[in-house]
Design a protein around this ligand. Structure first.
Ligand code: GUN
Length: 294
């Protein structure tokens, strides 16, 4: 289902970047801020930096000590807000506990908020207006549109109600005229709710919690989960990554399903680059690339 889509999106972004340079002498710039040394975050940030350069953009990384003060972090963000060569700012989450995530996100200029986490962008998305859209849900929407064409009238269940994935995912599906249910840890009869769905997006962070017998035959399953669990079959002490759905049993009944790793993750990064391009076009009053926003 997703094999070629991330590369296709990155290719479209790269083509647009070539035109921006040739016709307007503009190079989109993306700044990623990482506080601390969380190994998973370091892997993401490295991969984002590499792909940013690959599509022809300017990539900046700010790596700050784990005990960086809030004032120092806000000063870095202020400087990036004011930097005309930077069109997108991403502060890698989670932040260390002493830093207030809401405050940090609200200090990013909404126009450069390529994560779509700023309250202005959340409000714009919720009211169906032009916004920056969170990358993971945007990537899921692109995969679903690629598969179905139109999503109009589909029954969709989003499992998980986070600000990063669950809630914006539900808004996007609603925007494409799905009938949307947001399920969570207190949902009654979750199996029955999921069995009615043509589209299942799992984003709860619980390893392999959705079994194949919850899936309606032919439904499309998007697995946003990334969970590290012991893998004794690989040897003592070894770990592996699995999603929120039980891939083997769900794949037997689903019409299409995304694997973990390699499914949603590459789309998230492709959408980050797409958002950076969109932010660059908007900042310069230029037409936005088609098919790369919601
Ligand atoms: N950490 C895990 N996913 C994300 C994301 O999409 N954006 C940011 N900023 N941090 C993350």
């Amino acid at each position: 289902m997703v094999k070629h889509l991330p590369a296709r999106v990155r290719g479209q972004v790269a083509e647009h970047v070539v035109r921006l340079k040739a016709e307007h002498a503009i190079i989109p710039g993306l700044a990623v801020v990482l506080v601390g040394e969380d190994p998973a975050s370091q892997v993401y940030v490295r991969s984002k930096g590499k792909l940013t350069v690959e599509v022809g953009m300017h990539s900046v990384e700010h790596k700050l000590d784990v005990d960086t003060s809030e004032a120092d972090l806000l000063a870095v963000i202020d400087q990036l807000n004011a930097d005309a060569a930077i069109h997108g700012i991403l502060v890698q989450l989670p932040l260390p506990n002493h830093l207030n995530e809401d405050l940090v996100i609200s200090s990013i200029s909404p126009a450069k908020d390529v994560d779509g986490f700023h309250i202005s962008n959340v409000g714009l998305l919720g009211t169906g207006q032009k916004s920056m859209v969170p990358c993971t849900p945007l990537g899921c929407l692109m995969m679903l549109r690629d598969h179905f064409g139109s999503l109009s009238g589909c029954d969709a269940v989003v499992i998980g109600r986070s600000n990063i994935v669950g809630k914006p995912m539900a808004q996007l599906l609603l925007g494409d005229s799905c009938t949307v249910t947001i399920a969570h840890s207190r949902t009654k009869d979750l199996a029955d709710v999921v069995r009615r769905a043509d589209i299942v997006v799992a984003a709860v962070g619980r390893a392999e919690m959705v079994p194949g017998d919850w899936i309606k035959p032919g439904a499309v399953v998007i697995d946003v989960g990334i969970n590290r669990i012991p893998a004794p079959e690989k040897g003592e002490g070894k770990m592996k990554l699995v999603g929120d759905v039980d891939y083997a049993t769900c794949a037997e009944v689903a019409g299409a399903i995304t694997p973990v790793p390699g499914g949603v993750g590459p789309m998230t990064i492709a959408c980050l680059l797409a958002n950076t391009l969109t932010a660059t076009c908007r900042a310069n009053g230029l037409p936005e690339p088609e098919g790369l926003t919601s």
